[in-house]
Design a binder for this molecule. Sequence first.
Ligand SMILES: Nc1ncnc2c1ncn2[C@@H]1O[C@H](COP(=O)(O)OP(=O)(O)OP(=O)(O)O)[C@@H](O)[C@H]1O
Ligand SMILES: [Mg+2]
Length: 294
Amino acid sequence: MVILDGRGLRFRYPGAVLALDGLDLAVRRGETLAILGPNGAGKTTLLLHLNGSLRPEAGTLLLDGEQVAYDGRALQAWRARVGLVLQDPDDQLFAGTVFEDVSFGPMNMGLPESEVRMRVAEALEDVRITALADRPIHMLSLGQKRRVAIAGVLAMRPTVLVLDEPTAGLDPHAVAHLLAVLRRLVDAGTTVVYATHDVDLALAWSDRVALFADGRVIACDAPERAMADAALLRRAHLRRPLLLELAEHACTLGLIRADAPPPRTVAEMAALLTEASDPMRKERGTAATLGENP
Ligand SMILES: Nc1ncnc2c1ncn2[C@@H]1O[C@H](COP(=O)(O)OP(=O)(O)OP(=O)(O)O)[C@@H](O)[C@H]1O
Ligand SMILES: [Mg+2]
């Protein structure tokens, strides 16, 4: 059930910044897990631990129930299973062209060339950048670079996809497209862990959220529960998602029923309002009829 299990992770950067302070986090197989928290809370540091890019000075990390190892072979196998898309694509991309960059991972896995070509073509298509295959990396926009970075990880077909602020800097159309790509992967069984500052995205688009503060997880729960607690949100420097805010007002005004489940998407909010307005319309209709026939 748990695919990645971090227990008591502690990590200090050179220069004595304690970034993870006994952090516990269990990622469940097949879930989408959003990681939220203020700047400097340790989100990126934790993500770098999830594929072995950083090694904790204390604590343990289990991948599929087995303690991870940090020798070259183990790391290569680990990174084929857990793909990490970095916060800044310039830190991730290094090859000359898009094709070369995306093919690096699968080639490194020792796959035959035909398989590599197939995977690259599929990954480029997944993020809709087939037309950019021969473009030099330095001639891409930020959003395009971000897509190349994602394609490079997708081409390895990881079981767990870890993304650091994947929607930052993308236009709304690109965000919708990225989410559609991720949805397809999740539907096919991929586990997705992503760090974000976007509470509205985390509400709509995660099974659970982990709230970070000072190098620890202070809550990990369904988004509508974790993000309803004002004290926790304050500690994680977050605001309540707009839909939860709106639903509370609508409830106070009697526009939606008090026992309604918290809406996570605009469609769910609209459904609650529609459901509540139907009986009102009926009542108004009855009153008008009565008024006409005293
Ligand atoms: N390369 C580094 N060297 C030294 N300290 C670092 C380094 N990278 C991060 N830190 C420190 O470690 C702590 C955690 O940083 P981290 O990048 O994990 O935070 P974050 O939650 O990802 O923040 P953000 O929301 O800004 O991306 C911070 O105090 C930061 O200053
Ligand atoms: Mg970060």
